[in-house]
Design a protein around this ligand. Sequence first.
Ligand code: NAI
Ligand code: MG
Length: 361
Amino acid sequence: MRHYRVATIPGDGIGHEVLPAAQAVLDAAAARHGFTLEYTQFPWGCDYYLETGRMMDADALARMAGFDALFLGAVGDPARVPDHVSLRELLIAIRQGYDQYINLRPIRLLPGIPGPLRDRGPADVDMVCIRENSEGEYAGLGGRFKRGTPDEVVEQTAVFTRKGTERVIRYAFEVARSRPRKLLASATKSNACQHSMVFWDEITDMVGRDYPDVAVRKYHVDALAARMITHPQTLDTIVASNLFGDILTDLGGALQGSLGLPASANLNPERKHPSMFEPVHGSAPDITGQGMANPMAAVWAGAMMLEHLGEAEAAHDIVRALEAIAAAANVRTPDLGGRDDTRRMTDAIREAVMTPAATVA
Ligand code: NAI
Ligand code: MG
């Protein structure tokens, strides 16, 4: 029997609610498709930091290196631990340490979910964003000098390497080619950033020569943000630097109608290191412990994990189940305007996974 070992990090807040929910759905899909998932949970997060002074153990990356994938809930406890500590010392440490240089984010409005755009439906909002996840504006270089004085100088340096830029753009062309429309939008800002973004454009042109079947358009990132609102139907695959992609994907998440829905993958495509899968949302301290978190984003992230593990049919069943639940509109957590709790939503998704034909009909 096919067997996969998954390291889970529930993290903080609703991470502890949505991750077990998603695991229950994944187990149902695994049973149907003849494989098993073995989870090993790690206690890392803000509570761990407050006890030990570390977001995760010093040997965390070594201990998780042998797993087939990492499944993360959410990290952050803003009242007790500064966000730049929790984000940098856990999430960014894993993304950079495992060279998860692709952040993949589907941006899809599911049928039955009211999106924020007037007169736009699921046919208009169907994109995938590939965000550079290892360098760029989040490289972490810089410093503060003469801190607190009138002469203070602050530098936050963006780093674009040829290797790092080429590999993310090439990956994006591959994704664009695999989708029916074969259409790639590159987020640039070469009018203002004459070094980094002119370079980004040059690499886009160079790599693009290997993909004559893919139509590529360059948009300045500000115009692209506007276009996602005004003409979402003209966008399919998007590639962006770390900062630009961060902003565009939050906008994309908003287009999906609720933060309870968007999911993401942090990929090391060469599979030298494990990849990590997570809902886009954070730890949601405002609703933690109330049993009302929407597990759909975590479930969707789990489907992306199964796809990465080679279980495409199981992944497909889960996405179909999410679509069916969204379309049927009879189970709705509060973020979607309903009154159902996490457990009720999880049970509904599990049932839909176990009887796919019945729910899709
Ligand atoms: P958030 O995503 O945790 O919450 C924003 C709003 O969306 C809240 O009103 C929350 O209740 C709602 N929400 C989020 N997920 C939901 C779900 N599954 N179901 C229903 N409602 C949901 O963002 P916020 O409040 O800005 O950040 C809280 C903490 O999470 C911070 O410490 C932040 O740094 C961290 N964070 C962590 C992320 C991660 O682990 N990848 C991503 C974003 C934020
Ligand atoms: Mg973001």
